[in-house]
Design a protein around this ligand. Structure first.
Ligand SMILES: *Cc1c(COP(=O)(O)O)cnc(C)c1O
Length: 217
């Protein structure tokens, strides 16, 4: 696969879903990938990326941004409270707001830096113990709490359970977003981004299908 072929598949999925061409944001998930591959995608003019670790992102994005000042990076992995300051500094958006303590810290940090990344609330739609996120029945209250902290909540994010039909979870995410007046839906990865677009995804997070398998060795 390549960036080009993924963009082509996204366009086709948009066409089938009857949504405006180019309305789906593609986050090229560059975590763990070698800098040469990330540079290759930057050189093709792509400027939206997803990373899942604060530390790793600091090791590459300040450097890449010297040559590509328009590059946007979104945090899609869990955020520890002690990394909030760095996260607000570096990221254009945070997709993993998943607890009230974190919301409060983010709110304070945004006040002090005068800079606010867009926020997505992670929903644990499968109510899995090992996964972070707000369970669906707590979502409306959590969204209201975040709004009362003045956080710029743009939407919701989900990672469906591996063995479930993903569209059920995408549909649930969309329902929660709609009833709360949220437009953003961060859902869909390499294996299911087309069905996510069919269900209204605004942000798909595609890693291995663009860059190849991650080499953790
Ligand atoms: C790694 C990751 C992705 C990308 O996964 P691929 O299967 O490589 O497309 C998407 N979302 C999150 C939250 C991730 O951690």
């Amino acid at each position: 696969m390549s960036l080009h072929s993924i963009k082509f598949r996204i366009e086709n999925a948009e066409k089938s879903a009857g949504v405006i061409k180019g309305s789906t944001q593609l986050l090229a998930v560059s975590k763990v990938q070698p800098n040469s591959k990330v540079l290759n995608v930057l050189n093709q003019g792509h400027n939206l990326f997803g990373e899942n670790k604060v530390q790793e992102s600091f090791g590459k994005w300040p450097m890449f941004r010297e040559s590509f000042p328009d590059a946007e990076v979104h945090l899609i992995g869990p955020l520890q409270s002690n990394k909030v300051k760095q996260a607000v500094e570096l990221f254009n958006a945070i997709h993993t707001l998943d607890r009230l303590k974190l919301a409060q810290k983010l709110s304070n940090e945004i006040q002090s830096q005068g800079k606010a990344p867009d926020m997505f609330i992670q929903i644990n739609s499968g109510e899995e113990d090992q996964k972070s996120g707000i369970i669906p029945s707590d979502a409306d209250k959590f969204i209201a709490d975040c709004r009362s902290l003045d956080l710029p909540i743009k939407g919701l994010m989900v990672i469906p359970p591996v063995n479930d039909e993903p569209s059920l979870h995408f549909g649930l995410l969309r329902a929660i977003a709609h009833r709360n007046g949220l437009a953003g839906l961060s859902m869909g990865m390499s294996n299911d981004f087309e069905s996510a677009i069919a269900m209204g995804a605004t942000h798909v997070r595609v890693g291995s299908a663009i860059f190849g398998e991650r080499d953790y060795s």
